[in-house]
Design a protein around this ligand. Structure first.
Ligand SMILES: [Zn+2]
Ligand SMILES: [Zn+2]
Length: 287
């Protein structure tokens, strides 16, 4: 059995192993060297954020049992997609596929901020009033489903090697947990690391209540797209300890920390009242 076959046949245990391993490491790191003190109850947030993660995993497995790997296998059997069409060296196809998939995740993230109805879904990720490893996996179920469909479309067009898809999912999952970590990194290490990967200090800027800061640092994995497209912002104006995290108009625990409120966030307020320059519009504007 080749390495690729092994990875393909054991995709789920590999992904779960990395998820729990890195989650545990980050959780421990957050206790040993936290970056900020938490503003709300950690027990409530963790129970509800992780509740949403497990609910989403269940729904995704039910709706898309083949997952991204299944779509990549299907594309290769059908000969669909760029890399099933051109003759590229295996390593080049893996490298290029990972890069291109990361770019599309970045582009999708810009899109869910720019399109009002999609921002409604993405607000669930941003409404978290604290920023830690559980924030990294907290997305509305409908946004997760949208992400899956976009990923499937990209895979069908790209025809990436199956190994690239598994690699990408594992790496993206790991970096998302890393860069949402409420962890302290020495400044020089952060400066060096953020040349190759999005660091917690870099992504925290994106979780600021300030509109211009929210609309920067869209990367989850590679930091280059933000630098290339002009959305990079090095630090929050107020500093990492003093900055406010979340959405200005969602400040109550019932919306931000409890699962029923989080699932309801996309349906709060009227679509037609919403303008792109009022991104942070929420229930407080309804009075
Ligand atoms: Zn965002
Ligand atoms: Zn985030």
């Amino acid at each position: 059995m080749t390495f690729s076959d092994f990875v393909m046949n054991n995709e789920l245990p590999i992904r779960l192993g990395f998820f729990f391993g890195i989650f545990g490491m980050m959780a421990l790191w957050e206790i040993i060297a936290p970056r900020r003190s938490l503003q709300t109850s950690k027990a409530v947030r963790w129970a509800n954020n992780l509740g949403l993660v497990f609910f989403n995993s269940f729904v995704v497995r039910l709706l898309f049992p083949a997952a991204a790997v299944g779509v990549a296998v299907f594309a290769s059997e059908q000969g669909w997609g760029l890399f099933n069409y051109i003759e590229a060296p295996f390593w080049a196809a893996v490298l290029a596929s990972v890069l291109i998939m990361d770019f599309f995740i970045w582009l999708q993230h810009v899109m869910v901020h720019a399109v009002p109805v999609l921002w409604r879904l993405h607000r669930v990720h941003h409404a978290d009033m604290d920023f830690d490893v559980t924030t990294g996996a907290r997305f509305h179920t409908l946004e997760i489903m949208l992400s899956m469909l976009i990923k499937f479309a990209v895979i069908l067009l790209l025809g990436p090697p199956v190994l690239a898809v598994v690699l990408f999912e594992v790496v993206l999952n790991a970096t998302a947990m890393f860069n949402h970590g409420n962890v302290h990194l020495p400044e020089t290490l952060d400066r060096f690391l953020r040349l190759i990967v999005v660091t917690p200090d870099m992504h925290r800027v994106h979780h600021s209540v300030e509109d211009d800061e929210t609309n920067s640092n869209f990367g989850f994995n590679l930091p280059w797209w933000d630098r290339l497209f002009g959305t990079y912002r090095a630090q929050p104006r107020a500093g990492h300890e003093a900055m406010s995290i979340g959405i200005r108009t969602f400040r109550e625990d019932k919306w931000c920390s409890w699962l029923p409120g989080m699932l309801a966030i996309p349906f709060v307020g009227k679509v037609q009242d919403y303008a792109i320059n009022r991104r942070q519009w929420g229930p407080a504007d309804e009075q």
